[in-house]
Write a protein that binds this ligand. Sequence first.
Ligand SMILES: Nc1ncnc2c1ncn2[C@@H]1O[C@H](COP(=O)(O)OP(=O)(O)OP(=O)(O)O)[C@@H](O)[C@H]1O
Ligand SMILES: [Mg+2]
Length: 286
Amino acid sequence: MAWKVKEEPAPGGAAPDVTPQGEHAPTGAQNIFELQAVSVRYSGNLAVKEVGFGVPTNRITALIGASGCGKSTLLRCLNRMNDLIPGARVEGTITYKGQDLYSPRVDPVQVRKRIGMVFQKPNPFPKSIFDNVAFGPRVLGMKEDINLLVENALRRASLWDEVKDRLKDSALGMSGGQQQRLCIARAIATEPDVILMDEPCSALDPISTARIEDLMNELKDRYTIVIVTHNMQQAARVSDKTAYFSVEVGDNDRRYGRLIEYDDTERIFTNPSDQRTEDYVTGKVG
Ligand SMILES: Nc1ncnc2c1ncn2[C@@H]1O[C@H](COP(=O)(O)OP(=O)(O)OP(=O)(O)O)[C@@H](O)[C@H]1O
Ligand SMILES: [Mg+2]
């Protein structure tokens, strides 16, 4: 799937090729995102300062840290959702498959198609189960057979068997855990490369949470997942890489988030190199 760019000539030459290589980047050590010196401000106030790390392809990366350290802010940078927040400004560099995600020639709508998002509270549309999943492909004018697309997305979200006989029923009649899997199916339906999840299980019971975690493990063969979670056990269970952020207090008592440590999840939870990480993951501070 080509990543559409706006049809403007590049300054000083032909437009660069921003077409990703293949439908899904190959599994391997390569990073799908690279962040360098990423700072985010809201109406001029610093929220996240100079964050840099790489998100590996077809792996699960967890963002952890105390409330207000900028996890959601950073997650929204990865699919340009902050564009939709008045006053939000992103500085630094974020590349997606080697291309500048914030180039004026990149179409944010196409970005959000490639990089889907699942939120804390399941938020199905007040439509049928079928129409929820079909929504993205229809808006984007995807040419594939819509019935097949919906079925595949529901299967991949391990929801098909539960809903195949009631696809026309309202999504609002589903349980919370089913609704969240429906939201994952909705995100998958547009064939993204990446799924961003902001505390996707915080409104769910332990059984529904376990189902979503199992699902994440199944999905990572095909997708790169970045998850924000306050649940340390969840980060330790599901993720391959973990980034720990803390809240720093700057001039005038202004608070902003910084990346303290980023490493393999196992290392972050067993032998972190920064005392602050250790204090957080062992529950000494929080
Ligand atoms: N839409 C917004 N407008 C203004 N400021 C915002 C906005 N969203 C976040 N902020 C500010 O940015 C900082 C980081 O917030 P963010 O929501 O990213 O933190 P978080 O780590 O996700 O917290 P939590 O764990 O509570 O969800 C906070 O100081 C917050 O007040
Ligand atoms: Mg948040």
